[in-house]
Write a protein of this length. Sequence first.
Length: 260
Amino acid sequence: MELLRTVAEYFLWFILYSVCGWIMETALYAVRRKQAVKRGFLFGPLCPIYGVGMMLCMLLFYDRIDNVFLLFLVGTVTCTALEYVTHFVLEKLFHSTWWDYSGKKFNVKGRICLQNSLLFGVGVVLIVRVVQPWVILWTAKIPDTVLYWIVFILYTVLIVDLTTTVASLKNTVALLKNLQNVINEHMQKGIDETDAYFNELTERVKESAALTDWAKYLKNGKSTVARLHKEYPNFNLHRYKDALQMLFEKLDEKIDEHKK
């Protein structure tokens, strides 16, 4: 039972720091862009990479490192490595880019940058030394039965959210694949990427009822890709780069004109 309790507590902390990461991301984006946008891959208010990062730091460093400067260094290295690996895996497995630090100084392939790494280090020190002790005391007051029910509900919601998000992304990628095939066909015919090129592609899309329905779906901002494009300006699916460009820059305008 003690092991089950420990696992339940870590999962609850994972959710807590994922929500805190989402709040921070959303707030910073609102300040920088002067626009309120819900951040995060999932539909719910979670940024799991923050939860994973903090659980990793808890397992490795909590009650093990007393020196604040050393904690800052190892926290910086650990979180930076996690961000780099996450970016690399997403890029290689899904051919997608979620963030790009190429415009910032001291970046590595746009995947990590010094500014964020230093902020990660400061965050680890504050959470490990100040926040987590309080969180542990608060969690210890929750009865076993209540804790298990809370974790069960949160886990169920997380799985449903993840499944829904992945299914939506999969369906949207199927549309992009079809559009990319049309684009590749035109490129083989030697059509330049001009307004005439996009106009002709749009007409081809209109000829397909299935593609038109998906285009309207994207246009209404209900798809995962449309949402991610709004939340992450640097989001890109490399395999379908031209299709994304067409959808987000040209298709809305052309469909509206067609309706008129």
